[in-house]
Design a protein around this ligand. Structure first.
Ligand SMILES: [Zn+2]
Length: 313
């Protein structure tokens, strides 16, 4: 009899559990009595889950702080944790290992955020003469970075609250209240962005990887990315020359780099042209180097950096 993918997945899950216990490694974090266990796939989803669940859940994030979430690999223990979680929150087509592990887990308590915030194709990256290749899951141009538009975070918060109310009706009022509190903070952040970017000398900004498509679209900016949708692509000399041409055209002052990726290319381009460098954080993880310890704090730092670079009043 052929081994189905589903059966194989279940067998792997059991093997992972056995392996974890045989090695004396603790299994997936056991939530305190009466608390739900939520597994999220990367930081912004962890942030939403923690804010909405409050004291009613323990949230475990699959992407460790300081790790880059593109190309995440999972340990057997992490794969096993998806089977037992009360809720899994992830974004399909961003992290292939998570997609596979969710399929294997056969857990029905799963929220794929791309079902409530559909991924968009922000068109060809780079320009006509120098398109940037990309190596995203499924080799599509679908942009996974929805969380950099606060309005998308509101939609995700509502979806998480709905799932938690179903799973744990006793605390439905708390989940609704927590989601409303978070929504109000995200609306205030959206207002800060609209006001802060309304009156600027330029709308173009230079980033390392193309993480800011949703943000740019929402606030009327134009992202010029040195790399494609993944941070680990190496730009070609032709691509760097094309970016330098756009820097001159738009009189750009600042080359942005990221907290989780090397600033070498940004430094080199900025040095050649006598420009400044600064951090524009795609918020793919929070570390000691992050300019803020939460999604909202780093988004505010990003707004300050954009305002400074683009000469906003
Ligand atoms: Zn990214």
């Amino acid at each position: 009899m052929p081994v189905t993918r589903r059966a194989l997945g279940a067998a792997l899950g059991v093997a992972a559990l056995l392996l974890a216990s045989a090695c004396g490694v603790a299994g997936p974090a056991k939530p305190a009595a009466g608390r739900l266990s939520i597994v999220t796939s990367f930081y912004p989803l962890q942030y939403v889950a923690e804010q909405v669940a409050g004291r009613h859940a323990d949230v475990t994030n699959l992407t460790k702080p300081g790790a880059e979430p593109h190309d995440l690999e999972l340990t057997p223990r992490q794969v096993a944790s998806l089977t037992t979680a009360d809720l899994v929150v992830y974004e399909k087509r961003f992290q292939a290992a998570v997609d596979d592990a969710v399929d294997q887990s056969e857990n029905d308590d799963v929220l794929d955020t791309s079902t409530v915030v559909p991924l968009q194709d922000h068109g060809p990256l780079g320009d006509e003469n120098n398109p940037i290749g990309d190596h995203e899951v499924g080799n599509t141009n679908l942009d996974p970075h929805v969380w950099l538009d606060p309005n998308n975070m509101i939609t995700i918060a509502d979806a998480v609250a709905d799932r938690l109310k179903d799973r744990d009706p006793d605390h439905a009022a708390d989940y609704a209240h927590n989601a409303e509190t978070l929504t109000n903070r995200l609306k205030a952040l959206d207002t800060d962005y609209r006001d802060g970017l309304r009156d600027c000398r330029r709308t173009e900004f230079i980033t390392s990887h193309a993480a800011f498509g949703y943000l740019a679209e929402r606030y009327g900016l134009k992202q010029i990315a040195i790399n494609g949708l993944s941070p680990d692509n190496e730009p070609s000399p032709a691509r760097i020359a094309a970016v330098q041409q756009q820097i001159r055209t738009y009189d750009v002052t600042t080359i942005f780099y990221e907290t989780l990726a090397s600033p070498a290319v940004a430094n080199s381009i900025a040095g050649d042209l006598g420009l400044k460098t600064d951090v524009l954080d795609p918020i793919e993880g929070i570390t000691e180097k992050s300019r803020g310890h939460s999604y909202i704090a780093v988004m505010k730092s990003n707004l300050g950096a954009l305002r400074k670079a683009n000469g906003c009043r």
